[in-house]
Design a protein around this ligand. Structure first.
Ligand code: SF4
Length: 416
């Protein structure tokens, strides 16, 4: 069990959009951001609803122009998750979004720094009980207007201790910004400090968590395409969450934001920070023993489980009986492949031995029946440990090697 850092709690949303808390005793929430234009109302609504269906607790939208904040009045009644307005450069966008009924505001100290403007936003949020995320970001943290200050800050950034300087600037900007909030006695605050550098992300959030008791929004900014961005994001975020730091998460990919939600939720599940919704699939990586098309089978099983199973049934798809039984330990439903066949077990009981083309359909039938049994109270998830003795490969599953040799037209070496 991960012991989470104690923080203040902020709450956003309403009856129509759901109420989500961040920090305190609330579970770590998963959020994402729409990629389309907010002023394209139908498309924006569709994207928000797709993210909500994927499991997003909160969705953020960009509001660079007045037409975007105007669109919020039509978008909000058509969606069912709390919405955050991402505000940069123009504090008026925050005021317009608040008027439109937005549930949370994100401000960037790097581009809205005028104290009077920030105070106006704070007062409007206070009147409506709307929280504010103060999001500092490596890309916009260095001073732009004051030339002397900029030279000094850039000097540090281009030094050997670049991360140390960025960290110092982030902390200083946060402290300075928070003073405005404290002067207004406003504490419905969430903090983020994002960077593209995973090591700086870890250092920044650790330092911030020691200084402030506000809930933290974790993220790696500009993480890149999903193919490489997953590792760039999950390494620092997983490290921080496992250390108890982090109260809401946004993984950022240059891709469909539904992936951000799916990967954010999976991160919560594997760390035990959220109760899994839907089946958990484990599968072997395959090796030179494989005698079925396991990659295809695993993808087909994954897609169908997503559609058909609601309970967190643990399903194992194993390529053979050599390591399969041990590696599938704890699975509720497991299949061990052999010579174009598969043996299916449900909580340790063998229920079928079917040819390869029937594995998928039979496995899904067994998963659905097991789920129904659990729902009727006749079985419990993970109740029986899988204690499967490997079946004789030349017996039930067949050796297969002679057939493979014939199919490929090669002679296997004779081993004496
Ligand atoms: S389960 Fe069998 S096929 Fe899969 S990786 Fe292990 S030994 Fe190889």
């Amino acid at each position: 069990m991960i012991q989470r850092r104690k923080t203040r709690k902020v709450t956003l949303g309403d009856e129509a959009h759901g109420i989500v808390s961040i920090g305190g005793d609330a579970p770590v929430s998963v959020q994402s951001m729409t990629a389309g234009y907010t002023y394209e109302i139908d498309a924006c609504v569709a994207e928000i609803n797709r993210l909500a269906a994927a499991g997003a607790d909160i969705v953020r939208v960009a509001v660079p122009e007045k037409k975007d904040t105007a669109a919020l009045r039509e978008i909000l009644p058509r969606v069912t998750v709390p919405i955050v307005a991402d505000v940069h450069f123009h504090f008026q966008r925050a005021l317009e979004a608040i008027d439109a009924g937005i549930h949370k505001i994100r401000l960037n100290p790097g581009n809205i720094s005028d104290h009077a403007q920030v105070r106006d936003v704070i007062q409007a949020c206070k009147a409506r009980k709307i929280p504010i995320r103060i999001g500092v970001n490596e890309g916009s943290i260095v001073e732009r207007r004051d030339k002397q200050k900029r030279m000094k800050e850039l000097g540090g950034v281009f030094s050997d201790n670049k991360n140390g300087h960025f960290l110092a600037i982030m902390i200083a900007k946060l402290e300075e910004y928070l003073e405005i909030f404290h002067a207004e006695d406003f504490h419905d605050v969430v903090i983020s400090a994002k960077s593209i550098d995973p090591l700086l992300v870890v250092d920044a959030y650790k330092a911030i968590s020691e200084r402030f008791d506000y809930p933290l929004h974790l993220g790696v900014t500009h993480a890149g395409p999903k193919e490489t961005g997953t590792i760039r994001s999950v390494v620092p975020l997983g490290h921080l969450l496992a250390s108890g730091i982090g109260d809401t998460v946004r993984i950022s990919y240059a891709n469909d934001p539904v992936y951000e939600v799916e990967d954010g939720l999976e991160l919560m599940y594997i760390l035990g920070l959220r109760t899994r919704i839907g089946a958990e699939l484990i599968a072997c990586p395959t090796c030179g023993r494989i005698q079925v098309d396991l990659f295809k089978l695993v993808q087909d099983v994954r897609k169908q489980l997503e559609k058909e199973i609601k309970l967190p049934i643990k399903v194992a798809v194993m390529g053979c009986i050599v390591n399969g039984p041990g590696e599938a330990e704890g699975a509720d439903v497991a299949i061990f492949a052999g010579d174009r066949r598969g043996i299916i077990y449900v909580q340790g009981e063998k229920v079928a031995n079917v040819p390869e083309e029937e594995i998928l359909s039979r496995l899904l039938i067994e998963c659905a029946e097991f789920e129904a049994k659990v729902n009727r109270g006749e079985a419990r998830l993970g109740e029986k440990k899988v204690a499967i003795l490997p079946p004789d490969p030349i017996g039930e599953l067949g050796s297969g090697w002679e057939k493979i040799e014939k199919d490929r037209g090669v002679s296997l070496p004779v081993v004496h």
